[in-house]
Write a new protein. Sequence first.
Length: 375
Amino acid sequence: MFITLAKDLKSTPLPVADDPRWARIVARDKSADGQFWYSVATTGVYCRPSCPSRRANPVNVQLHDTLAQAKATGFRACRRCNPDGPSLEAGNAAMVADACRRIEQSEEEPSLAELADAAGRSAGYFHRVFKAITGLTPKDYAAAHRAARVRQGLEDGASVTVAIYDAGFNSSGRFYEKSTGMLGMTPTRYRAGGANEDIRFAVGETSLGAILVASSRRGVASILLGDDPDALVRDLQDRFPKARLIGGDRDYEALVARVVGFVEAPQLGLDLPLDVRGTAFQQRVWQALQDIPVGGTVSYAEIAARIGAPRATRAVAAACAANAHAVAIPCHRVIRKDGVLSGYAWGAERKRALLDHEAGGSAKAAGRACRSSRA
């Protein structure tokens, strides 16, 4: 007779510190929210993985696969991360979206205090969150919205006076003080679609293909790259549909030669007055791009952080795509966080060629400096 002896095998729970989910709690991984929860015996609360509270000792932590399991502990919901409701991030996004609608729908620009009070937050907290999400202060957002309303009114055929007051400006004087920065020209000329504005241009040739440089009275308004010179001229016409396009003379061709020289030898630098037309946020991004050294690259997230809007990575990418000043405003030096080249208005291959060219030039310059120091 054979007797089979079976052992009562009981699985030993994995220590919390060794559970992969603990690493996500330590990292405050927002992508883990909704996948699991945890409770802390010493504080008597349960939390979402991204909770910003001080890290608990894993010995006192219990992990839960569902919210119901976390509630079954009898502990209360953490007030900081609100595991029963929307995340803090989602709540802040909704708060800012509501504030944006309030700004857009108000006849008079609401003050910071009024916006914060409506959101139930302190003015300081509201200001920080609004800027982090939109990339603009509430005041800058209101100004950008008013400018957009003026542009739309003028494009729809409204008189300058009607467009100004419909956009929320209390006086024409306040508007005219800022009109050139908002529109890039006088409001009357903008209403006419840039009619009677003179844009001088010339096309040159670089190792990367054709280049078109166009200027207004304020400075260089566009630098465009491509393979077909005729296509570049059509692009310029689309950007300034009612302006007078005037072919550049020999003096202007000398300006184009400077830009071509910069493309071929970027270490020489390029100091030209630029006629930059864009929103307040776009101009902040473009200014940050000009601070990237030749031969260097940064990520979209880094640019967002530099301008004080760490959550506005997508908006930074959109501003780069809207840049009309190739090489002068070096959006080609911005890449994805993982090092992969992303889109470029003038072609990904041209972007790679620009970066390779600049990196090679920087290496040569460093070599010359090293030899000079040894001499």
